[in-house]
Write a protein that binds this ligand. Structure first.
Ligand code: NAG
Ligand code: NAG
Ligand code: NAG
Length: 338
């Protein structure tokens, strides 16, 4: 009996090494993308930031405006999360969105420390290189999920006067949307927990790359953070696109590295909280209350941390990806800060 059990465990452990890697292409030119994702890619550019290729997309407003929106995406997704809100935002200002190193169409190096500090530095250097400046434009940042923490790192440095001069009086407003800003209140998905295991994380990454059943599991994990009210075919299409962007440049072999931000969130919370407790900039929380991973308690927790100085707007019945689920409602609320 025991030997059967041992054999079973061994079989499970060795399975991902025996199943050959999928022969599907992973380069942007040959990968099979939905037309909407392909259009997003075609609108973008690549710029070298600290030896990494960063994909970004810079839309110019069609109407005269002095506003620029900087969009900061989360895990495990990309700037494409925002594709359904671009047209509305463009009626009010320019929009710049980029893919963090390791995500979307940016470089996905194996030898890279996927820490929130790195992502923050690459992001700020990108904005500097794109000549984003507050001297002629009002800069509004909108962050989501892991992007909230990337921006928190910037704010911690700003509050200590550790940022380059161009970041003085740079942010006109910051909007945080559904993210795990208080990690103890986040309901991490089982996939996140497995991947962040220091010993088995790489094994689970391999498993999810090789096995069809593991891919179905990834789909279900992603689907679980949409609001149950959300249209099922929309969720399906969105998840297809997320899984496609993750495959670009072998990104799906990197999840155990990309998940590193979770440890940063734990380790740096107390570094970030003071900047949120005494905001020197107009900040706001915009939260879907039907989010299984980043529940509303996180938003109310941050709001009380700031003694109510950070306003909270709740989007009822909206899940983790408000900008995908309810783009009109989401932008309507985003624009109220202007
Ligand atoms: C990453 O670093 C390791 C050890 O430093 C090295 O052996 C390996 O060739 C590097 N891989 C790449 C892709 O640069
Ligand atoms: C930023 O400004 C510099 C100097 O004016 C210019 O050479 C460069 O092309 C600009 N970059 C972009 C992306 O507009
Ligand atoms: C942008 O325009 C608004 C309204 O006209 C004005 O209050 C603001 O100072 C302008 N911002 C910059 C950076 O010029």
């Amino acid at each position: 009996m025991l030997s059967h059990f041992v054999c079973l465990i061994l079989a499970i452990l060795t399975l991902p090494f025996i199943v050959p890697p999928s022969s599907e292409p992973d380069d942007v030119i040959n990968i099979d993308m939905s037309s909407s994702l392909r259009k997003w890619y075609d609108n973008g550019h690549i710029i070298n930031i600290y030896q990494q290729k960063i994909f970004y997309i810079h839309f110019k407003s069609l109407l005269p405006s002095n506003k620029t929106f900087l969009l900061v995406h989360g895990f495990p997704t990309s700037s494409y999360d925002f594709h359904r809100v671009i047209d509305t935002l463009l009626r009010h200002g320019d929009v710049i969105a980029h893919d963090h190193v390791g995500f979307g169409f940016s470089s996905k190096p194996q030898n890279f420390t996927y820490s929130l500090s790195e992502l923050a530095e690459h992001t700020m250097e990108l904005w500097r290189r794109l000549n984003v400046t507050s001297s002629k434009r009002d800069i509004h940042v909108i962050a989501h999920d892991m992007g909230d923490s990337v921006v928190c790192e910037m704010l911690a440095r700003l509050s200590r006067d550790q940022l380059p001069d161009i970041y003085r009086d740079f942010f006109k407003s910051i909007t945080f949307t559904n993210g795990g800003m208080i990690i103890s209140k986040a309901n991490l998905r089982i996939g996140q927990i497995l991947l962040s295991n220091p010993i088995f994380g790489s094994y689970f990454t391999l498993l999810s790359n090789r096995l069809r059943v593991a891919k179905r599991f990834t789909r279900r994990q992603l689907a679980s953070i949409f609001s149950p009210q959300c249209d099922a075919s929309l969720v399906d299409d969105v998840i297809d696109d997320i899984m496609t962007t993750n495959r670009v440049n072998n990104g799906d072999l990197m999840f155990h590295k990309l998940i590193y931000y979770l440890s940063d969130r734990r380790n740096f919370e107390f570094r970030w909280f003071p900047a949120l407790a005494n905001p020197s900039i107009k900040m706001r929380l915009l939260w879907g209350d039907s989010d299984a991973v980043a529940p509303l308690e996180i938003a109310t927790g941050i709001q009380s941390l700031s003694s109510g100085q950070i306003e909270l707007t709740v989007l009822k019945g909206v899940g983790h990806f408000g900008m995908l689920e309810q783009p009109e409602l989401w932008t309507e609320e985003v624009l109220k800060i202007l």
